[in-house]
Design a protein around this ligand. Structure first.
Ligand code: SF4
Length: 499
């Protein structure tokens, strides 16, 4: 059954990357065999947990050894406006006895314990490698527990070994489609109800978009899955239109909801001023197409004009400080073309961008944005990244936290643009924040200090190395063969060197 689900996901007609592959390649999926020690990316379980953990009021129970939950706990900065339950780590922590006798009873008891103690609206149960290999049937356990406790218990069958993080994202989407979406009815519906899919409210980015929609009277019936509540997702099938945000991690949800519930969707971005405006226009267009009054477009245009003017006014405070600055963009989850266009809007020159997770369509858009000399990077070792920073004379690197040390080693300012970032960059407000943060990173006085030659490199050959300080001078005499040797920190601080 899991195999069928995987094949279904890998055949996703909405995913151009999959569709561009041959039948044989498609069956292999998107997984790339890693070398031992190359801890890049995550497993399918990790992907499923990333996709669903922003559902804030449910209990996320990981069925597996403690390390699976330990590695995945709270690993993204998805914010909640209410419940904090999603930040509590639940795991069955299976042991050797479970491996011998099976972990199903253990899982059932854990579900009971969670419901007794926390009474969440639902429990999500994640399958991991070890219980999958010993044959634990989490679907059957969840079904029995749901019947016994009269509570939705949702199996998320995505053991790590089945594939990549991206496959896990999609398997998480399948779990929502199979067990959650369409299981409840909203109290009321309006012609202005939308779903936002593939938005995780990292650093609170959804909250930069929501006020704009509120001002237009557009209701987010459900955001899947940033700051989501279980009942909202269960009722999301009554939305009139949907926006799939950037990454195609959950394209299967958007496409299948269009097929099943006639909810048209478009793929858009809220990074950058023009993309934000275009996304608002597209939402209005789809809602009007589905029966909302045509005046919605006039109100949308008025809001766009007002917000664009306000954002540009705020950004003029930074003058020309970013204009012409060269940036190397190594993005992970954030869609590369979308950030490229946002950076170009403020006059920055993108010297290269990673396209590791981009589709053919994304690459075409990047070529269009960056022109003929678009430098797209499929995959890059830290050494190559360092070389590129130097050769392209980049003024700043935008990347995930994993690559920050390459930039720091190259004495190049760096800004976190990935999931773990602390600043929100969506919408008009987010664009102003992005400009502010790039400016702060670029003009931080530390770079001037770091780039100065070290005192011992710039000292004229004849100058005394340690000035007149007798203690330090004495320490320098302890060197061998009359050669000047680096001395310990203690000596520089005026203390005696004992070596
Ligand atoms: S690969 Fe398997 S064992 Fe490792 S974290 Fe993923 S689910 Fe757990």
């Amino acid at each position: 059954m899991l195999q069928n689900k995987i094949q279904d996901v890998l055949n996703e007609p909405g995913c151009e990357l999959n569709q561009s592959k041959s039948d044989k390649d498609r069956k292999k999926g998107c997984t790339k065999q890693l070398q031992p020690g190359a801890a890049a990316g995550g497993c399918a379980f990790d992907g499923a947990k990333i996709a669903l953990q922003p559902l804030t009021d449910v209990a996320h129970l990981v069925h597996g050894p403690i390390a699976c939950e330990g590695n995945s706990w709270d690993n993204r900065g998805a914010k909640s406006s209410g419940s904090r339950l999603y930040r509590t780590g639940f795991t069955t922590d299976i042991n050797e006895l479970d491996v011998v006798y099976g972990g199903e009873k253990h899982l059932f008891k854990s579900i009971k314990e969670i419901i007794d103690k926390y009474d969440p609206p639902a429990v999500f149960v994640y399958q991991t490698c070890v219980p999958a290999m010993i044959g634990d049937d989490i679907e059957a356990v969840c079904k029995a527990a749901a019947a016994k406790f009269d509570k939705p218990v949702i199996p998320v069958n995505s053991p790590g070994f089945v594939g990549s993080k991206n496959l896990g994202n999609k398997l998480a989407g399948e779990a929502l489609l199979d067990y959650v979406i369409g299981t409840e009815e909203p109290e009321t519906t309006t012609p202005y109800d939308i779903n936002i899919i593939g938005e995780y409210n990292l650093a609170g980015e959804l909250w930069q978009i929501k006020p704009l929609l509120d001002r237009l009277g557009i209701r987010i019936l459900s955001c899947i899955s940033g700051d989501a509540k279980y009942h909202e997702v269960a009722q999301s099938h009554r939305a009139k239109a949907a926006m799939m945000v950037c990454s195609k991690a959950m394209i299967n949800i958007a496409r299948k909801m269009e097929e099943r519930y006639d909810i048209p969707f478009f793929e858009g971005s809220f990074y950058g001023i023009s993309d934000s405006s275009e996304s608002l226009r597209q939402i209005a267009r789809l809602l009007i197409q589905k029966g909302a009054p045509a005046e919605l477009m006039d109100r949308t245009e008025a809001l766009i004009a007002q917000e664009e003017a306000r954002a540009w006014e705020q950004m003029t405070a930074f003058g020309n400080r970013l204009n012409g600055k060269r940036v190397l963009l190594i993005t992970g989850g954030v869609k590369s073309w979308s950030v490229v266009s946002a950076l170009q809007e403020v006059g920055m020159v993108v010297v290269g961008t990673s396209v590791k997770k981009s589709t053919k369509e994304d690459k075409d858009r990047i070529s269009e944005l960056m022109g003929g000399d678009a430098h797209m990077i499929d995959d890059m070792t830290p050494r190559e990244m360092y070389k590129m920073l130097k050769e392209a004379q980049a003024d700043i690197m935008l990347s995930g936290a994993r690559s920050q040390f390459v930039a720091l080693k190259a004495n190049v300012p760096w800004l976190d643009i990935n999931q773990e970032r602390h600043h929100a960059y969506a919408g008009y407000e987010g664009m102003v924040e992005l400009v502010r943060q790039i400016d702060r990173a670029l003009y931080n006085p530390i770079w001037g200090q770091l780039r100065k030659p070290a005192p011992w490199d710039s000292r004229p050959a004849s100058a005394p190395l340690f000035g007149e300080d007798p203690v330090v001078a004495d320490a320098s005499e302890q060197t061998t063969n009359g050669q000047v040797q680096p001395i310990g920190l203690d000596a520089q601080m005026g203390q005696e060197v004992t070596a």
